[in-house]
Design a binder for this molecule. Structure first.
Ligand code: ADP
Length: 233
């Protein structure tokens, strides 16, 4: 069974008298343990799709089946549970809570997750040992992104959804963060979806999906997969 199966998804945005079709007949399958990179220029529908998969946004029609459950059929209460238990999000701007320490930022999600992993094990895995008591402002961008990855991974999510995870980082730090995502994928068997406009990131994917004007333009196994080590800017 695919961990994620999307069929016939449509999404329109209404603004005033006009409607804008952001997603048209999207169909995608993702297998457990895959790293899938979804590429497309700005405005192609990447965030709309990722937010729909993450249960942040709703679609007009079609199905989004995660681990056997169609999340388009869930009520608001069940969607909260779904996001809490099954989804880890990593954002471009980290979105850490500024007045909580590294440990507390991670603990916050661990405490509400029924399948939480050991916090110290995850801190060790993301390379933040010794920094548990620091506040986000005392960390570099790359270190903050490590915290946000730890915060997502500690839930043992079914899907790790990454929205331009290296968009705010220099190229050397970006490579470190992509290597970390790869490590998490292997070590915790986490299925990863990365949306980006950055073509360089495609080389680390098992599969690359390209979006254009809200439609899937291509969906291909990456025959030339290199590790994140080999990603070249
Ligand atoms: P991407 O992530 O690829 O940049 P988005 O999914 O953010 O693309 O947006 C796809 C299209 O939908 C864009 O043309 C954008 O302007 C439009 N869009 C996104 N969110 C809204 C919204 N809340 N209301 C109206 N239009 C939106």
């Amino acid at each position: 069974m695919s961990i994620l199966r999307i069929e016939g998804v449509q999404k329109t945005y209404e603004s005033g008298q006009t409607t804008f079709q952001a997603l048209t007949d999207i169909g995608v399958r993702v297998e457990k343990g895959e790293i899938v990179v979804i590429l497309g220029p700005s405005g192609s529908g990447k965030s709309t799709l990722l937010n729909a998969i993450g249960g942040i946004d709703v679609v007009d029609s079609g199905s989004i089946i995660v681990n056997g459950n169609d999340i388009t059929q869930l009520n608001d209460r069940k969607l909260v549970d779904y996001r809490r238990e099954e989804i880890g999000f990593v954002f471009q701007m980290y979105n850490l809570i500024p007045n909580l320490t590294v440990y507390e930022n991670i603990e916050l999600t661990a405490n509400i997750s029924p399948n939480a992993l050991s916090i110290s094990e995850v801190i060790e895995a993301v390379g933040l040992s010794g920094m548990e008591d620091r506040f986000p402002r005392e960390l570099s961008g790359g270190q903050q992104q490590r915290v946000s990855i730890a915060r997502a991974v500690v839930k043992a999510p079914k899907l790790l959804l990454c929205d331009e995870p290296t968009g705010a980082l220099d190229s050397a730090t970006s490579k470190e963060i992509l290597q970390l995502i790869e490590k998490v994928n292997k070590e915790f068997d986490t299925t990863v979806l990365i949306i980006t406009h950055n073509q360089a990131i495609r080389s680390m994917a098992n599969r690359v999906i390209t979006l254009k004007d809200g439609k899937i333009e291509s969906d291909e196994v990456n025959e030339h997969q290199t590790s994140a080590e080999g990603v070249e800017w």
